[in-house]
Design a protein around this ligand. Structure first.
Ligand SMILES: Nc1ncnc2c1ncn2[C@@H]1O[C@H](COP(=O)(O)OP(=O)(O)OP(=O)(O)O)[C@@H](O)[C@H]1O
Length: 283
């Protein structure tokens, strides 16, 4: 499956807005587990419901199954047992209804020989969208990530943060209903990461785009998320859940607040507990 499937441009007026509680969950993970072909139990049965419009972050020690869970949600992997629903339907049905998801990986994976605008246009081209229809969408997606002045640049002319912005624009150009991000800013310095986090919060807030994000950073998780799932390993499972019930969209003021520090302290303690060998060895 190609995770970057094109769709119609986001149109707030297309359907009357319904309250979050009335909308079906974006994703339901129903006792889904994953045993790999070599016998490794990547995930114990997981039950998780992700509300439409939520910003959910998965965090936990290495090997606790964050990427595996994200790939199940992306339908890039099949569960060994249990199942998943997307907006109360199976994956094929969701595609037929014009809903789709986009996946942003840790590496920006841009085509080095193509300019930013061509890289961003790629998923629309793959869907045979005519240039006249694609071009305004490409322009808008590039503007949303603040790269308008660099649309004609090649990837080698961009910094690491700018490459990641281009990669996010390529995901947004398809107007996804669900955005999956696997440690997208993990390779960036902290200043650049904070800047991208600020912009991601704004993008998420503008579009109310359901986002599932994987990170190793406590600060990033607390800053971005409406809910954080702390996972533990051997086998991968949900250890604890933290709700970050703070005003949106967040900015530096939240980072500087005592509440932010308190959330980070608590999350740090939970992560330490989730990483204990005794916790990791539990079934
Ligand atoms: N294709 C695979 N075949 C066999 N085992 C796998 C495969 N992919 C992942 N695993 C195992 O499943 C477990 C969960 O891996 P996963 O990559 O999901 O963890 P993670 O939390 O994302 O780790 P990290 O933070 O290091 O990226 C690990 O024990 C890993 O070795």
């Amino acid at each position: 499956m190609n995770a970057l499937l094109p769709g119609e441009p986001f149109d707030e007026n297309a359907k009357p807005m319904t309250a979050a509680s009335e909308r079906p969950p974006a994703v339901e993970v129903l006792s889904a587990e994953k045993v790999f072909s070599n016998g490794t139990r990547g995930l114990a049965p997981i039950d998780l419901s992700i509300a439409d419009g939520e910003f959910l972050t998965l965090i936990g020690p290495s090997g606790c199954g964050k990427s595996t869970l994200l790939k199940l949600i992306a339908n890039l992997l099949e569960p060994s047992d249990g199942r998943l629903l997307w907006w109360r339907g199976d994956f094929a049905q969701v595609g037929q209804e014009g809903r789709h998801l986009a996946f942003v990986f840790q590496e920006p994976t841009l085509m080095p020989w193509a300019r930013v605008e061509a890289n961003v246009r790629l998923p629309l081209e793959l869907a045979d969208m005519p240039r006249a229809k694609a071009d305004p969408l490409v322009k808008d997606a590039i503007a949303r990530v603040g790269l308008s002045a660099f649309a004609r640049h090649y990837p080698r002319q961009l910094s690491g943060g700018m490459k990641m912005r281009a990669s996010i624009a390529r995901a947004l150009v398809t107007s996804p209903n669900l955005l999956l991000m696997d440690e997208p800013f993990g390779a960036l310095d902290e200043f650049t990461r904070n800047k991208l986090d600020d912009d991601l919060v704004r993008l998420w807030w503008e579009r109310k785009l359901t986002t599932i994000f994987v990170t190793h950073s406590i600060y990033e998780a607390v800053f971005l998320s409406t809910r954080i799932i702390v996972m533990a390993a051997n086998p991968g499972r949900i250890f604890r859940t933290m709700t970050i019930d703070q005003p949106q969209p967040r900015d530096q003021g939240f980072r500087d607040s005592p509440k932010f520090a308190a959330y980070c302290r608590e999350l740090s303690t939970w992560l330490a507990e989730a990483s204990l060998p005794s916790t990791g060895a539990a079934s």
